[in-house]
Design a protein around this ligand. Structure first.
Ligand SMILES: [Fe+2]
Ligand SMILES: [Fe+2]
Ligand SMILES: [Fe+2]
Ligand SMILES: [Fe+2]
Length: 321
């Protein structure tokens, strides 16, 4: 099966003309190191809107995941043209990720960051479950949604015990409540092969692009959450908090496994890359429409234009095969 046949549903979505050249996407340091205070300048109360923060966290995860995948694909391909393009685009993705990371409040604690990650998971699983038409994927998203809600609930209880109100972070917009206790969430590793799927939940040539966008989005959040909980462990002294992070981290590992079984394992590197770029385009376009913070929106606009170039360049390469 040629690349073009399986990518046919996506070619329509791939940019037909190059946007900002890659060389112009590499910014000077002062633009990479965004002043996070600007995130707050346009709003009253000197606090970021909980949904603005949630979307930034989601986009950091997506950018981080694509940067990581492009490193893996780099050593898996012997095609010099693809290697060159991966190296060049990876630098742009790494800049995107850096700029987004600098938008977040540097004073937030590991526990506040964890609540932010679970809020992101809850909101993005709800969105994906609403849009998803593939029954196996939708069932997986709804299953995991319950577990991440539980994690948000457990971290919120800890936050309350420390004398803080979780609503100061969530704005009461995301509801965390007990759904499935941690002891019920643990599965034996083989049980994370979702519904026994070994060939993924969709056929390459018939996949709904939204299914790919949903899986790409959610797996990025899971990988970043898993990694973050490992990273935060260095900064936590309280034994009960250390234990909770370890327990929840194991579940995030399971969530990663489930998503990995949803993908069709026969996809080529170039297919995956094009799906990744379309995922970025889809989110930045959506966020440009709903984000109210002008400064943050201007960053999404810029990244969106960069992503159009990425999709165009990888699309050109796919056309050659
Ligand atoms: Fe990007
Ligand atoms: Fe979670
Ligand atoms: Fe999760
Ligand atoms: Fe990109």
């Amino acid at each position: 099966m040629s690349e073009l046949t399986v990518l046919a549903p996506y070619m329509e979505m791939i940019s037909k003309s190059p946007g900002r050249p890659l060389e112009e996407q590499y910014m000077p340091w002062n633009e990479v190191s965004v002043d996070y205070q600007e995130t707050y300048n346009s709003i009253s109360g000197n606090s970021i809107h909980p949904m603005t923060r949630t979307h930034i966290i989601a986009m950091i995860a997506i950018e981080e995941d694509h940067w990581r995948l492009y490193h893996q694909f780099y050593y898996m391909t012997s095609d010099p043209e693809l290697k060159r393009l991966l190296a060049a685009v990876r630098r742009a993705e790494h800049i995107h990720r850096s700029r987004l990371e600098y938008l977040l409040d540097p004073k937030s604690t590991p526990l506040e960051k964890a609540i932010g990650l679970e809020m992101q998971a809850t909101e993005y699983y709800k969105l994906a479950a609403r849009l998803e038409k593939n029954p196996a994927a939708k069932a997986a998203f709804e299953f995991i949604l319950d577990e991440d809600r539980e994690h948000g609930h457990l971290y919120s209880v800890l936050y309350e015990l420390q004398g803080h109100d979780p609503k100061s972070l969530t704005g009461g917009l995301t509801e965390f409540y007990p759904r499935r206790t941690l002891s019920d969430e643990y599965l034996i590793p083989e049980a994370t092969i979702w519904m026994g799927l070994t060939e993924g939940c969709y056929q390459r040539e018939e996949a709904d692009p939204q299914t790919l966008i949903n899986i790409d989005t959610l797996i990025a959040g899971e990988r970043t959450t898993y990694q973050s909980y490992h990273y935060y462990a260095h900064f936590i002294e309280d034994p009960s908090q250390r234990r909770l992070y370890a327990q929840i981290r194991r579940i995030e590992e399971q969530h990663n496994n489930i998503h990995e079984t949803l993908y069709n394992p026969h996809e080529t590197i170039l297919e995956r890359i094009i799906h990744n770029e379309l995922t970025e385009i889809w989110h930045y376009r959506r966020l440009m429409q709903i984000e109210e913070n002008k400064f943050v929106r201007s960053i999404y606009q810029r990244h969106y234009e960069d992503e159009l170039t990425h999709s165009y360049l990888f699309g050109q390469l796919a056309n050659k095969y």
